[in-house]
Design a binder for this molecule. Sequence first.
Ligand SMILES: NC(=O)c1ccc[n+]([C@@H]2O[C@H](COP(=O)([O-])OP(=O)(O)OC[C@H]3O[C@@H](n4cnc5c(N)ncnc54)[C@H](OP(=O)(O)O)[C@@H]3O)[C@@H](O)[C@H]2O)c1
Length: 332
Amino acid sequence: MKQPRVAIVGATGAVGQELLRVFEERDFDVSSLKLLASARSAGRTLRFRGEGHQVEAVAADAFRGVDVAFFSAGGDTAAALAPLAVDAGCVVIDNSSAFRMQADVPLVVPEVNADALRSHQGIVANPNCSTIILVLALQPLESAAGLEAVVVSTYQAASGAGQRAMDEMFHATRAVLDGLEPPAPSALAQTLAFNVFPHVDEFMADGYTREEDKLLHEVRKILGKPALAVDATCVRVPVARCHSESVSVRLSRPLSVEDARAAFAAAPGLVLDDEPASVGYPTPLTYAHRDACGVGRVRAGRVWEPGLSFWVVGDQLRKGAALNAVQIAETL
Ligand SMILES: NC(=O)c1ccc[n+]([C@@H]2O[C@H](COP(=O)([O-])OP(=O)(O)OC[C@H]3O[C@@H](n4cnc5c(N)ncnc54)[C@H](OP(=O)(O)O)[C@@H]3O)[C@@H](O)[C@H]2O)c1
């Protein structure tokens, strides 16, 4: 698969657009490109490497002659069409949650568990965006001192809920600045103008949200630690792109702050950004459009001994979705 024939399902969406940018920037060598979306977008033109490509409505027979299909069109579309794409001979890399917890589907962050790709049966799942950013920082700690428990609060950007959610945040913010009532939210649970809310994805019977549940189960699967305790609170914040996460971990063995910093600094995909005295720590504005995630505010925890607390930020459209998917394809 040196020059794969590629399709993107969901090419008009926030992740689909980022996939095209990542292909261009990484010189991802495609011999042909098929841009697919819903019937609403059929006929639209998207630019790639200076040329216009027409978007087609995805159909069951769209995958003939395609080697790799990147799916970023939600779980229902993936569940309906990914098996047909595999039958047509495609490898599917799916951004939705439809297949992530299936035992025969590898859930992969290449810097952490690329080996899992060996067992794929046609579908590879890209983890949830908050999970990808978190496991990049957890892996070096697991290797250095073993993880016992993780408590994480996320600060998730509007674009994490898609293009419409980002547009909704901008319109609502403009309305408030103009002294008007913000429009009723539709893509998000609440208005995000000058607001934050602890509600990402739907609530479950135990009071946690599905997003919080994804963090628990996906971190366990990727790290191969099925009993790891993970308690997450996921919060939407009025930020355009980049998720931030405040993390506290309980470790199996002592690890000094200095050694933790060294482990973060040496970890692939991470940048140690930890000079708080000179305002040195990662923020969404400084990590937007960057491949690497940043870790800072590394300190000995005050609850667990041995323990550690830190702050990690990553561009969830890039490393949290498009870049990770392209890295999976490159690794394959
Ligand atoms: N946004 C993120 O940061 C992020 C991060 C990681 C994973 N993800 C996941 O990636 C997927 C896409 O997210 P997004 O943020 O890019 O969403 P989005 O901006 O809302 O885009 C959704 C895309 O899916 C297409 N689509 C919707 N229904 C379809 C259907 N029935 N058949 C074919 N195409 C359909 C849309 O096409 P039309 O334009 O024609 O409607 C659009 O291209 C989701 O599963 C999401 O959970 C998102």
